[in-house]
Design a protein around this ligand. Structure first.
Ligand code: P6P
Length: 342
């Protein structure tokens, strides 16, 4: 595999092709999915960027933008992804946070051997206050016979993913993805409309710097979770205190911790006993990426990627980021006597 540095100008398309060459058996279908997702990301970025202008522009274009903006950007992002992906002949089904059931490939289109699961625009309520939002995606192989995808193809554990990634619409638009050969980041150059390799082989620091958690749920947590948070904050007298950074947008919090080191924690609480975040198209793809970057992801009891899904939109508690902090959460929640209550 060609070793790229962040100074060589490499488009995401070229990088995808070079990664594909490492798999002689590759048919190019997975590469095609990644190209099409990069295109959808550019289209969504364009809409997200212009959302704030909807009320300012008086021209005809703004009516179009306003129409789309009022249509709810997450619904628009959902449609952009479906329209970009449904005719490529590489997918047999899709599943979206915005859709109650599986999205079938139209009869007039060829079906392929992959399923795409996605959250089209996570954290979209933050757009009005200009907080970064993101798209999250996961790709698994079809395991059932027949032409169309079935729920069994979608409900696979995260360890069966063949690709996963996210796009963050922040101060710049970045796409980060993995196919199991490391995690790599690409920054959109809007002047040429290309994602350029900016973060080859991302590695998350072994020990975290940041803690991302919504403390307002403290009263709803169980004692073990409170013990973990005290340790993360250095209040137990032995641990180093992490700096709290919580944006309230999963992709933004995850991305900062991936690059700088840290833990994002959304534990179960009395209000959300199975956690808030979705397993299949939020926790699993980010868990694949963070493990490829040397980090870890747990639901508190087991590795996220080993959780056996039973429902399309099932939720999960999530501890994800630097290995040291995730391991600590697993030990405390696992009832390690020397840690519980400390
Ligand atoms: P809370 C956004 O609504 C979201 O789904 C994630 O992006 C974010 O991490 C989480 O919910 C924030 O939840 O309960 O802290 O507002």
């Amino acid at each position: 595999m060609v070793k790229h540095t962040a100074t060589s100008v490499v488009t995401i398309e070229r990088f995808i092709i070079e990664e594909e060459r490492n798999h002689p058996e590759a048919t190019g279908e997975l590469s095609g999915i990644l190209y099409d997702l990069a295109l959808a990301a550019k289209m969504i970025a364009n809409k997200v960027r212009s959302a704030g202008l909807a009320d300012i522009l008086g021209s005809a274009e703004s009516e179009n933008v306003q129409g789309e903006v009022q249509q709810q950007l997450d619904v628009l992002a959902n449609e952009i992804i479906i329209k970009a992906m449904d005719h490529g002949g590489r997918l047999c089904a899709m599943a979206s946070e915005e859709e109650p059931d599986i999205i079938q490939i139209p009869e007039n289109f060829k079906c392929g051997k992959y399923c795409l699961l996605f959250d089209p625009l996570d954290g979209s309520s933050n757009i009005d206050v200009n907080v970064p939002v993101g798209t999250i995606f996961s790709v698994v192989r079809k395991i059932t016979r027949g032409r169309h995808g079935e729920m069994e193809d979608i409900l696979q554990p995260g360890r069966r993913q063949v690709a996963a990634g996210y796009v963050i619409y922040g101060s710049s638009t970045m796409m980060v993805y993995t196919t199991g050969q490391g995690a790599h980041g690409f920054t959109l150059d809007p002047s040429i409309g290309e994602f350029l390799l900016s973060h080859p082989n991302i590695r998350i620091p072994e020990t975290g710097r940041y803690l991302s958690v919504n403390d307002s749920y403290e009263e709803l947590w169980d004692d073990n979770v409170r013990t973990i948070m005290r340790k993360y904050k250095g209040l137990d007298g032995t641990s180093k205190a992490l700096s709290t950074r919580y944006v309230g947008s999963l992709v933004a919090d995850f991305h900062r911790n991936l690059l700088g080191g840290g833990i994002f924690a959304y534990p179960a609480n009395r209000k959300t006993p199975r956690g808030k975040l979705r397993l299949l198209y939020e926790a699993n793809p980010l868990a694949f990426i963070v493990e490829q970057a040397g980090g870890a992801a747990s639901d508190g009891a087991q590795r996220v990627l080993d959780v056996l899904p039973t429902e399309l939109h099932q939720r999960t508690p999530l501890f994800i980021g630097s290995k040291h902090e995730v391991e600590l959460a697993k030990r405390v929640l696992g009832g390690a006597p020397e840690l519980v209550g400390a």
